[in-house]
Design a protein around this ligand. Structure first.
Ligand SMILES: [Zn+2]
Length: 432
C-alpha cells in the first residue's frame, strides 16, 4: 500500500492524493481494527473471558468491572468534559526543598517532558509528594490536566489538604467515597477507584502508593488508571513492586531515586529479637517502658485484629493504651488523642503502616515473622520512625519467633537505601 501511495502522491500532488485516497485509508483502517478487535472485549478493563460477560437484551456487558458501571463490550467509556486552566505559578512551600529533592524533582520533570513515564523511588519520609510539585506546575502552565491518585481514601484527604496549602490560588477537589458530587477542579485528587470517572482525561497522572492495597495486584484498577492517562504517569513509591521494576528493566519507563530524608539522617533499621510469644510480650513491655520514660510514644503493631484484644489488656495494665484497626469506628478520634500525646502506646494492625506521621514515635512489631507482614509493609512500618527534624533517630524493634525472609528483605532494602543515600548518623539534636 505504501508503494501505491508514493506513486499516487507523485502523480497527483499532495491535496488531490489525499481526497482520492481517503476511502482506501478508511477501508484499510477498518480492516486493521477488525483484525485486532475481539468479538467480546471490555474496552475498560480488557477482559476477554466469555464467562465474565452477561447479556441484557442482545448486548454483552463486562462483569469484571461492573462495580464501575455497566459497559457494553466493544464500547469505549465516554470521556467527560473537564475544564483546563492555564496557571503559571509556583508552589508555596513551608520549607525550601533540599538540594537532593530539587535534583530529583528536576530530573523527574525532564523525563516526563521527554514523553516518558517516571517512577520516583523514595524512602518513607523523604518527601516524595514535594517531588511532584514542580511537574504539576509545568503541566498546569500549559493548560494540561493533572490528577493525583492514591489507593486509600484517608490519604486522599491528607494529600488534598497539603496541596491546598501548596497551591492556595488553585481550586482543588478530592474525589473519593463520600465526596463525589463535584468531580472537576484545577487539580483533582482521587482514589484509584474513582479514576473510572476520567477515561482519556489526564495529561499527567501521579500515582502514589501503587504498591498498596487495593490497587496493587488489581488488574481492573490498573487498566482503569492507564486508560485515564493520555499523557505521562509519575509513579511514587517507597517499595516499588516487581511489575514496575520489570517495566524499568524493559526501558518502558525511567526511575529516579530519593533515599535521603530532609534531615539527612539514616532510615531506621530495626533490631531483631527472637523468642517465644511470652518473651516477646515481656520484651515489648520493657521497651515501651524505656521509650515512655524518654517521653516518646510507641506504635505497637500486631498481625491480627484478634491479637489487639488480649494485648490491650496486658499493655493497658502499665501504660495509657488504645487500639486502632480497620474495624474501629472512631479512627479519627483515636488518632487525634495519639497526636495530642494522650495515648502512650497505640496498638495497631497494618492499618497504620502508611500515611501517618507522628513526631518522636518508636515502633515495635510483635510477631514480625507473621505472613501478614510483607517486606513492603515492614519497610513502611519502620518508615514511621525518625521522620521529624526534632527527633530524626527513630528506633524499631522486630520481635520474631523464627526466621523471616520478609523481615530480612526489609532490612536489606533499608540498608541499601541508607548506603545509596550516604546518610550518616549524627548527634540526636541534629538541625536541618
Ligand atoms: Zn470490564
Amino acid at each position: 500500500m505504501a508503494v501505491f501511495f508514493c506513486s499516487f502522491f507523485h502523480q497527483t500532488g499532495p491535496l488531490l492524493c489525499f481526497f482520492r485516497m481517503w476511502p482506501i485509508f478508511f477501508v484499510q483502517m477498518d480492516m486493521d481494527m477488525n483484525e485486532n478487535s475481539h468479538p467480546l472485549e471490555c474496552l475498560r478493563c480488557h477482559n476477554r473471558d466469555p464467562e465474565q460477560f452477561f447479556y441484557s437484551g442482545n448486548k454483552a456487558y463486562c462483569r469484571k468491572c461492573l462495580d464501575f458501571g455497566p459497559l457494553e463490550a466493544g464500547t469505549l467509556p465516554k470521556k467527560p468534559e473537564l475544564h483546563h486552566t492555564v496557571w503559571k505559578g509556583s508552589p508555596v512551600l513551608e520549607f525550601e526543598l533540599t538540594p537532593s529533592q530539587k535534583e530529583v524533582s528536576a530530573k523527574a520533570l525532564e523525563i516526563l517532558q521527554s514523553g516518558r513515564d517516571v517512577l520516583v523511588y523514595a524512602a518513607a519520609g523523604a518527601g516524595k509528594t514535594e517531588i511532584s510539585l514542580e511537574s504539576i506546575c509545568a503541566y498546569l502552565a500549559q493548560g494540561k490536566k493533572v490528577c493525583f491518585a492514591i489507593s486509600r481514601r484517608q490519604v486522599v484527604m491528607e494529600i488534598a489538604a497539603r496541596l491546598r496549602k501548596n497551591f492556595p490560588d488553585l481550586e482543588i477537589v478530592e474525589v473519593c467515597q463520600g465526596f463525589t458530587k463535584k468531580t472537576d477542579a484545577d487539580l483533582i485528587v482521587c482514589t484509584t477507584h474513582q479514576l473510572y470517572r476520567y477515561p482519556f482525561c489526564f495529561d499527567l497522572l501521579i500515582l502514589d502508593e501503587l504498591d498498596a492495597f487495593p490497587y496493587c495486584g488489581n488488574p481492573v484498577l490498573e487498566a482503569i488508571a492507564r486508560q485515564s492517562c493520555i499523557g505521562q504517569r509519575m509513579l511514587l513509591s517507597a517499595t516499588p513492586d516487581k511489575q514496575s521494576l520489570q517495566a524499568i528493566e524493559r526501558k518502558e519507563m525511567e526511575m529516579v531515586n530519593l533515599f535521603l530524608r530532609p534531615h539527612k539522617q539514616p532510615l531506621c533499621v530495626p533490631t531483631v529479637h527472637t523468642g517465644s510469644t511470652l518473651r516477646q510480650v515481656v520484651e515489648a513491655l520493657l521497651v515501651c517502658k524505656r521509650h515512655i520514660r524518654n517521653h516518646k510514644q510507641v506504635l505497637l503493631f500486631v498481625p491480627r485484629i484478634a491479637d489487639t484484644c488480649w494485648m490491650k489488656w496486658i499493655v493497658g495494665l502499665f501504660f495509657r493504651c488504645e487500639v486502632i484497626h480497620s474495624k474501629s469506628t472512631d479512627k479519627d478520634a483515636i488518632m487525634q488523642r495519639f497526636h495530642e500525646k494522650k495515648t502512650e502506646v497505640l496498638l495497631c494492625t497494618t492499618l497504620l503502616e502508611r500515611g501517618i506521621t507522628v513526631p518522636s514515635v518508636q515502633v515495635i512489631v510483635f510477631h514480625a515473622d507473621h505472613p501478614v507482614f510483607t517486606s513492603a509493609s515492614l519497610i513502611q512500618i519502620f518508615g514511621r520512625a525518625g521522620r521529624s527534624f526534632k527527633d530524626p533517630h527513630g528506633e524499631g524493634l522486630a520481635l520474631v519467633s523464627g526466621p523471616s525472609p520478609a523481615l530480612n528483605e526489609c532490612i536489606r532494602q533499608l540498608k541499601f537505601m541508607n548506603a545509596a543515600s550516604g546518610a550518616r548518623r549524627s548527634e540526636p539534636d541534629a538541625k536541618p
